[in-house]
Design a protein around this ligand. Sequence first.
Ligand code: HEM
Length: 515
Amino acid sequence: MTALLRAATQHHQTAISTVLAIVTAITIVVVHRLFLHPLAALRGPFFARISSWPNWYHAAKGDRHIWLLRLHSKHGSTVRFGPSSVSFNTPSAFESIYASRDASLRKGDWYQCVKDTAGGFESTFTARDRSRHALKRRILAHAFSERALREYEPRIRAMSTRWVNSLAAEASDGDGGSVDFAAWANYIIFDILGDLCYGKDFGLVHSTKNRYVTKLLPRTTRSWYMLGYHPWSHLLRYLLFKTSLKTSLGRIFVRTNSTFREFCVASLMERIKVEKTPEKGTPVSKDMFHHLLRARDPETGEGFSMGDLGAESVLLMIAGTHTTSVAIAAIVFYLASNAEKLNKLAAEIRTEFSSTEDMTYQRLVGLPFLRSCINESLRLCPPTAGHLQREALGAGVDIGGFLYPAGTNVGISAYAFQRNPLLWPQPDDFLPERWLQNDSADMQKSQPGLIAFSSGPLGCPGKQLAYMEMSIIVAMLVHRYDVTLDKSESSDKDYTIKDCYVGQASGPRIFLRSK
Ligand code: HEM
C-alpha cells in the first residue's frame, strides 16, 4: 500500500515537473520573441509575434492576403506577422527584396517544401541557390524569347476563337443559363498551355474527359501552404518524406500532387517521342518543349537533363495556367460589375476590329483602355496574392535602414501592396482610367507599378505571354458578346480569391448574348 502511494506521489511529482519545464520553456521563448529577439522592435499582432500558428491558420484558410492587408492598415508599412516573418507594403521595400540582385536574399524555406513534395526534383521555381537558379532561368528563357512568342500567337488566337465560339452554346441569357466563368477560363487556358507546351490539345473546352486536371492544381498548391507554413513544417516533412512513413502517409499527402505531375510528365514524354520520331509530312510544332529540348545555357553550354525537363514541365503547367485563368475571370468580373467601363471597352474593341480574325496582339497592345482594364484588375486581384517569401542570408539584409538578420523571412503580398491606400487613391474601386494617366508626372509620383508579376531575376518569365493571352481572350469575348453578371448567383462587390499560393477562384457566373 505504502509502495503504491509512493509510486503515485512520484508519478504526480514527475507530471508537475514536466508541466513546469514546459511552462518555463514556453515562457523563455515568449519573452525572447517579445523583448530580446532582433525583430522585437517591430509592430505586429501579439500572437503572431510569438508564434507561427496565426500565419499557418490564415494560410490554411486561404485568406492570408486579406489578413496581411488588415495588418498593414493597423500596424503600418512593416509588420512582423510571425516570429521571424516580416511583411512590407512600400515600393522601396519591393525594390530591395525583389527587384534588386541582392545576394543576401534567396527564396525562403517554403520553396524547399514545394521541392520536397515533388520527390526532390528541382525546377527553376524551387532552385533556392541563386547561381543554380540563374543557370536554369537562362535555359528556360529560350521558351519565352520574342521569336518564340511570335510563334505562339497564332496558336493562342486559333484556340481562343474556338473557345469563344463554343461559349455561345453554354451561356445565353434566357435559355442557356449562366456559366461559371472561372471554370471556362480554366478550360481555355489549359488548352492553350497544352498546345504551347507540348503541341497537344487537352480538349477541355470540348470534352469533360480531362477537366479533372484543373481541380488538381489548387489542391496541390494548398497542400504546399498547409505543410510549408506549418510551425512544425521541418518535423512533418522529415516524417513524411524521410522516414518509413514516406510510402504510406507521405504518399497519401502528395497524391494529388503526384497525379498532376504524372499528367504533365506523360504529356512531356509524348512530346519527346514526337520530336524523336516525327511523322512524315507533319510540320514541326514550335512549342515550348521544342525550344527547351534544344536549349543550351549561353554561358556554360549546359542543357536540361530529363529530370530537369520533367520538373519544368510541371512548373510551366502550374505557373502558366491558374494564374492566367484567375486573372481573366477577375477581369470579366470587374467589367461585368461596371457597365460603364465594359461599354467603354466594348466601344474601343468594336471600333478597332470588324471581326475577331483581325485581332493580332500588335494591334491589341495599341488599345489603351484594354490594357488599363487588365492592369486595374490585376491590381485588385493579383493571382499570386500572397507573401512571396525571401530569406535573409549571411550578415542579413538592410531594408529601409533596418537590418534583418539571417534567417528572417521578408516579403510582400501583392494584394496588400496593390490595395495600400497610401499608394493608390480609392484602392478598392475598379478605376481603369488611373492607368491611362500614367504618363503624367503627378501620377507617376503617386502611383507605383503593378507587382503582380513580381520582378527581378526571380520574377515571372511568362509576363508577356500572359498579357498576350489575356488581351486576346478578353478582346474576343467582349467583341463577340454582351456580357452580364448573373446577379441571382452573387451580389459580391469584389472578386475574392482564396490565396493558395496561386489563387483559387469560382465565378463570376455570367450571361453572354451574341452581338
Ligand atoms: C496573369 C498571369 C501570371 C501572373 C500574375 C504571374 C505571376 C508570377 C509571379 C508573381 C511569379 C513569382 C513567384 C515567386 O516568386 O514565388 C511568377 C513566376 C513564374 N511564372 Fe508567372 N505569372 C503569370 C503567368 C505566367 C505564365 C503564362 C507563365 C508561363 C507559361 C508563367 C511562368 C512562370 C514561371 C516559370 C515562374 C517561375 C520563375 C522563377 O522562379 O524563376 N507565368 N509568376
